[in-house]
Ligand binder design. Structure first.
Ligand code: PYC
Length: 333
């Protein structure tokens, strides 16, 4: 065996969606904040993301997180979120996966029945409350970054689909939110290609026009996620397919998407604080969200969401890069 890179990983899934947690082999990414480290990683180290997420080590819907020492004194660990799509500011299913891995591998001090872990993410501090029984993480509730609606009832011309109306909201990433009934596409896995085609065309149209940018962090911008709500979805229980750039669906109910959806429903006056919101993924798994308090981001009214879900460890691995490997950054088909 020859390797000029070795990465240590604990693999997990959160309600069906993988989080490959990189626990060693990365070193400390330069930067005074996790947002600055994310920027540095994107500019200088993105080949590591591609190696770990792309085929043959990953697949077309792969997702992961790189553990780092925190950059702030009130956090236990720093986290960079990586995916086939890029390096996200925040990832809800990834945070639930990271918290579960930290508890079950003993990388944090564990207390039962509740272990609180404070995570330094590029989008800000995220607190994870892990319910622990017999050393096992049974469920995780994260307190996400402030989430807000950017615009309601916007319209955009989407090539091949006509004029579409949507809401834009932020929950750690930006989400275009609309009902599938508007497109006449049934909520059926057999229709997944049509949903993806629409989602990607929608992202292009939004980013060419009303491209969203975070009011307090210009490095966070663009719409790469489209929340397609199933017919019959309500402000208490929503089913959806989440189309993500460059062309895959979240298997989990998407923590940042659930946060954005709750911020949108709150802005519409349909979801009050302290009320359960059940969000179902395309494969039928569920997160339960709640809005803990109102706040503001810049001039925009915002809410602080909590998201509860479960994750399971699926294995440990060391990923090598052989110096003769013809695909040192993997590939996508
Ligand atoms: O859970 O926030 C999330 C997420 C983002 C992209 C995939 N999952």
């Amino acid at each position: 065996m020859r390797a000029n890179r070795v990465f240590h990983a604990v693999d997990s899934h959160t309600e069906g969606m993988p989080t490959r947690v990189i626990t060693g082999g990365m070193g400390v990414v330069p930067g005074a904040t996790m947002s600055a480290r994310r920027q540095y990683f994107v500019e200088h180290l993105d080949h590591v993301r591609r190696l770990l997420m792309n085929e043959p080590r990953g697949h077309s819907a792969m997702s992961g997180a790189i553990l780092q020492p925190p950059t702030r004194p009130d956090a236990d660990w720093g986290v960079l979120f990586i995916e086939v799509s890029g390096c996200l500011p925040m990832c809800g299913h990834g945070t639930i996966g990271v918290a579960t891995v930290l508890v079950e591998t003993g990388m944090v001090e564990v207390s039962e029945p509740l272990t609180t872990i404070r995570l330094d993410t590029p989008a800000g501090l995220v607190v994870a409350d892990v319910e622990v029984r017999d050393g096992v993480a049974r469920s995780v509730t994260i307190r996400n970054v402030p989430s807000f609606a950017v615009g309601l009832d916007r319209t955009v011309e989407v090539e091949g689909f006509g004029t579409v109306s949507y809401d834009m909201a932020f929950g750690g990433n930006f989400y275009a939110i609309l009902g599938l009934d508007q497109l006449g596409i049934p909520f059926d896995r057999a229709e997944k290609q049509r949903m993806l085609d629409f989602g990607l065309a929608m992202m292009d149209a939004v980013n060419a026009g009303d491209r969203p940018v975070h009011p307090e962090n210009p490095d966070v911008g663009g719409c790469h996620h489209v929340y397609l709500a199933a017919p019959g979805s309500t402000a208490r229980h929503s089913r959806h397919a989440m189309a993500i750039h460059p062309g895959w669906f979240d298997r989990s109910p998407c923590g940042t998407g659930t946060s954005a959806r709750m911020a949108q429903l709150h802005a519409r006056g349909e979801l009050p604080l302290h009320t359960d919101f059940r969000n179902e993924s395309f494969i039928g798994t569920e997160f339960v969200g709640r809005l803990a308090e109102e706040t503001a981001v810049g001039a925009l009214p915002a809410v602080v969401p909590t998201i509860s879900g479960r994750a399971w460890l699926t294995g440990t691995a060391q990923y090598f890069l052989d110096p003769d490997d013809p695909f040192p950054e993997g590939f996508q088909l």
